[in-house]
Design a protein around this ligand. Structure first.
Ligand code: 13P
Ligand code: SF4
Length: 301
């Protein structure tokens, strides 16, 4: 039996659901039941009735699945797959901010740890952040964490003041305006799509700033045939597979999140075999961390 057959056999035996983020390795995306962006994966976790979820993505995403689907065993096949940006907002520092700014509404990007989610009022993803913040009254003071780029891009789009936490995605922050300019010169007929975690100066040069799910939908619906892709290279797998007649140009140098690439087929196989490593959360913490996610899903179901 090869590894794919072994995984299929164990997956059936465990009655497991495999969820994968759009940035994971192509071979992981190919064995998943569902591949999506953070918001789509959270929605899948809410609906999930499977006894076992194998979550192929960084840790905060697997934690979100556990928060939303506590009855399921949530396996995170490689515990080293973390999101450095999520670790930039420490829960104690957020609690200290709240003490100093009791009037502020704390909006957290879903790229935060479960512990940090217990300290915030509302969660959002890159797919719904702008819409969600536009529902908050203009006079309400807001702190956005941990991504200062995303927060600043939303603030400009909505033309409102937002306090920004000093965090960023090390992968998207490496994309510079000159990388976009160079790609535009090489492919003048292409539309430029970037992730809103990119620097504001990069977003200004793009035709669209979209979540990974938003980009996949956009390229499918667009009449344009060529796209410059300003986000993690893993997304190209689905883009090419779903749109074989279109051309996709990654930026140079390659945009890569090493953490998303840590999960291998072997990790998935061992996780299904051993039912480890699991995401375990203290029940009181899980309930507290769920509140801002529930609020997000209530405002924008
Ligand atoms: P998406 O929600 O757009 O998939 O983004 C998640 C992420 O980690 C981007 O770096
Ligand atoms: Fe975190 Fe950036 Fe990797 Fe997304 S691409 S998981 S934000 S480090």
């Amino acid at each position: 039996m090869n590894i794919l057959e072994e995984i299929a056999e164990l997956k059936a035996k465990r009655n497991a659901l495999i969820l994968a983020h759009n940035y994971t390795k192509p071979e992981i995306q190919d064995i998943a039941d569902f591949v999506g962006d953070s918001l789509e994966l959270s929605r899948k976790a809410v609906e999930c009735t499977a006894p076992v979820i194998v979550f192929c993505g960084v840790r905060f995403m697997a934690e979100t699945a556990k928060i939303l689907s506590p009855e399921s065993i949530v396996l995170h096949p490689n515990p080293l797959s973390g999101c450095p940006m999520a670790d930039m907002a420490d829960p104690d520092a957020v609690a200290a901010y709240r003490k100093e700014h009791p009037e502020a509404l704390i909006v957290a990007y879903v790229n935060t740890t479960a512990a940090t989610k217990t300290e915030v009022d509302l969660c959002c993803t890159s797919g719904n952040a702008e819409k969600l913040i536009s529902t908050i009254p203009a006079e309400q003071e807001i702190l956005f964490l941990p991504d200062a780029n995303l927060g600043s891009n939303i603030a400009s789009k909505l033309n409102r003041k937002i306090d920004l936490w000093p965090g960023c995605c090390p992968t998207h922050n490496k994309i510079m305006p000159e990388h976009i300019q160079a790609a535009k010169e090489k492919h003048p007929g292409a539309l430029v799509l970037v992730h809103p975690e990119c620097r504001p100066a990069v977003v200004k040069l793009a035709d669209q700033a979209l979540s990974t799910g938003g980009m996949l939908k956009f390229v499918q619906e667009s009449d344009c045939r060529e796209f410059i892709i300003g986000t993690e290279c893993g997304i190209l797998h689905r883009m090419k597979k779903e749109n074989p007649e279109k051309e996709f140009y990654p930026l140079e140098p390659e945009v890569l999140c090493p953490n998303m690439k840590r999960i291998t087929l072997e990790d998935v196989l061992f996780a299904l075999r051993d039912l480890e490593p699991r995401i375990e959360l203290d029940e009181a913490e899980r309930k507290k961390a769920k509140a801002p996610i529930d609020r997000m899903l209530e405002i924008l179901p």
